[in-house]
Design a protein around this ligand. Structure first.
Ligand SMILES: Nc1ncnc2c1ncn2[C@@H]1O[C@H](COP(=O)(O)OP(=O)(O)OP(=O)(O)O)[C@@H](O)[C@H]1O
Ligand SMILES: [Mg+2]
Length: 259
């Protein structure tokens, strides 16, 4: 199939045991997918395989009909961007220089215009002129999102595959809401796929079109929030005792920890 990213029977072993075990999935433009699962389930590792930063021991990832390892680094950088959980920089760069790094795979045309646009979208305009290393953890996360969007910016919007590893982990409530609304809006308005690792099941249930639950390197549940966020499913794979209730606005399942 054209213009989809597929993973077929991915396997990866580390430390003598499988870290990713027979994972197959398809990601398409226009959707937002949440990767969930307990600590050590393999979410970050799967993200690294899907983005071509790690090669599987067996199986393959294919983007638009071509295996990831056959893409040139430049061509791949133009259509998939990755936001890691924490990015420390060894240089004392300004915020706008960090965002402009996202434009590296492209010609320099209109770089400043795009930088300003993505900084406004991600609520970073007030950070213009600041040194990146002096920002708070949440401010750095927003700048990294701006950089990733700048990387995918084409014809007035982000296009391609955007992968984010716990992008809300340092964000306050307002910025969590802004980030998820923005990502959802962008997947509706441009040919963009968003795959996001999140620990907050309530955010995943509220905003993702599809959830994929990993446990010990395997996909153990996948589908809509209603299908995945169930009391017994959470107890079985996380070991946590929870109540599942409904969001008052659109009925998405929401999780409360039991006492
Ligand atoms: N190089 C390695 N050697 C040994 N074990 C590894 C290596 N890399 C990853 N692992 C193990 O693989 C498992 C999956 O790690 P990964 O970082 O993908 O988990 P995760 O689902 O992202 O967890 P978290 O929610 O804590 O971020 C963990 O148990 C980790 O210890
Ligand atoms: Mg992780």
């Amino acid at each position: 199939m054209d213009n989809v990213l597929t993973a077929a029977q991915l396997q990866l072993r580390r430390g003598g045991r499988p870290v990713i075990d027979d994972v197959s999935l398809t990601l398409a433009p226009g959707e937002m997918v949440a990767l969930i699962g307990p600590n050590g389930a393999g979410k970050s590792t799967l993200l690294r395989l899907l983005t071509g930063y790690l090669a599987p021991d067996a199986g393959a990832c294919t983007l638009a009909g071509r295996r990831l390892e056959h893409w040139s680094a430049r061509a791949l950088s133009r259509c998939r961007a990755v936001m890691l959980q924490q990015t420390q920089l060894p240089f004392d760069w300004s915020v706008e220089t960090v965002v402009a790094m996202g434009r590296a795979p492209w010609a320099l045309a209109d770089e400043q215009g795009i930088v300003r646009q993505v900084m406004a979208l991600t609520g970073c305009s007030a950070l213009f002129g600041r040194r990146y290393n002096t920002l708070s953890g949440g401010e750095q996360q927003r700048v990294q999102l701006a950089r990733a969007l700048a990387q995918l910016w084409q014809d007035g919007g982000p296009q391609g595959w955007l992968f984010l590893d716990e992008p809300t982990s340092a964000l306050d409530l307002y910025h969590q809401q802004q980030l998820l609304r923005l990502l959802k809006h962008l997947t509706r308005g441009s040919p963009l796929h968003v795959c996001v690792v999140v620990h907050d099941l309530n955010l995943a249930a509220l905003w993702a079109d599809r959830l994929i639950l990993l446990h010990a390197g395997k996909i153990v549940a996948a589908g809509t929030a209603q299908a995945v966020i169930q009391r017994e499913v959470i107890r079985k794979w996380y070991g946590a005792q929870v109540h599942v209730t409904q969001h008052p606005e659109q009925g998405a399942p929401q999780v409360l920890l039991a006492l």
